[in-house]
Design a protein around this ligand. Structure first.
Ligand code: C2E
Ligand code: CA
Ligand code: CA
Ligand code: CA
Length: 276
């Protein structure tokens, strides 16, 4: 057994020590970023598959750094492990709901990390933000990752409390984890988002692609029978859009319909195809 000096802080030290010097640096800079407003949101359209009309936008977090714009993969993990994601998430929710309230977006979907979802005051904060901003809750969707639900015994209760606020709930990254269909059927959800890794093979002409679309079709049918809408993420080609529509996906999202962009580029009603 390794003896730790310094009494009761061994656990925290051990957690902290697992951070690489780079992560420690990112974390320090991220603290400053929150204070100095270096974070901003981009918005990516979600379209209805029947007519490709934009019905909502997903807010995606970005960070202005001296050497360019940092993507979530570079800083969300350390924000999550440090707990800094909680104040960041509050800022994201406030910013995104204000954009809707100001008339810059029709509806918005906001990502929620497992840490935020498990936080004891999460539901209250969402409620207070909606009230403060004065937003009709029906115009907000919270995207919660499949993995966040498995970690939390009171997940169904938290989902129920959120839904009774009148907002919409999406299960994000479906297909990545091991949510059983029984669990899925018991959750109070509105939307199931099929993970991009699922969609990537669709329409590539391979045998795996054929299996992928059959899998999508059965998930979509099941979700539909439970009353859930389905969003396919990461749609990049017209062929994928056609196959996913035929498979019954009610909504589509991906570079084919628009990359994440600034608010000025995503005014309501605007639906333009952006070539990759
Ligand atoms: P996600 O929620 O699964 O978001 C979709 C990701 O796929 C986004 O990456 C988006 O830019 C990207 N994407 C969309 N369409 C396409 C496509 O057609 N092709 C490809 N290759 N990619 C596409 P991004 O913006 O880098 O975000 C990555 C992840 O970071 C998100 O995955 C989400 O889990 C997390 N994230 C982003 N913003 C927030 C936030 O405000 N709060 C929290 N907690 N997490 C966030
Ligand atoms: Ca998402
Ligand atoms: Ca995803
Ligand atoms: Ca993802």
């Amino acid at each position: 057994r390794v003896k730790k000096s310094g009494g009761g802080y061994g656990f925290f030290r051990a957690v902290h020590d697992r951070r690489t010097p780079e992560e420690t640096e990112v974390l320090a800079a991220l603290h400053k970023a929150v204070e100095e407003k270096e974070l901003f949101l981009q918005y990516q359209p979600i379209v209805r598959s029947s007519d490709q009309v934009v019905v909502s936008h997903e807010a995606l977090l970005r960070w202005t750094r001296p050497d360019g714009v940092a993507m979530p993969a570079a800083f969300i993990p350390v924000a999550e492990s440090s707990g800094l994601i909680v104040p960041i998430g509050r800022w994201v929710l406030e910013e995104a709901t204000r954009a809707v309230q100001l008339g810059l977006l029709d509806k918005v979907a906001v990502n929620v990390s497992a840490k935020e979802f498990a936080h004891p005051s999460f539901v209250r904060n969402v409620e207070e933000t909606l009230a403060r901003v004065g937003l009709d809750p029906a115009r907000l969707t919270l995207e919660i990752k499949e993995g966040s639900l498995l970690d939390l015994v009171r997940a169904p209760e938290v989902l129920g409390a959120l839904r009774s606020l009148g907002l919409q709930l999406a299960l994000d990254d479906f297909g990545m984890g091991l949510t059983s269909l029984t669990v899925l059927s018991a959750l109070p959800l509105d939307v199931v988002k099929l993970d991009r890794s699922f969609i990537a093979r669709v329409g590539d002409g391979s045998e795996a692609g054929g299996r992928a679309i059959r899998l999508v079709r059965s998930v979509v049918q099941l979700a539909g029978s439970l009353g859930f809408r389905t969003v396919a993420e990461g749609v990049e080609t017209r062929l994928q859009a056609q196959l996913l529509k035929n498979a019954g996906c009610t909504h589509l999202q991906g570079y084919l319909f628009g990359r994440p962009g600034a608010l000025g580029d995503v005014l309501p009603g605007e639906s333009k195809l952006v070539s990759a």
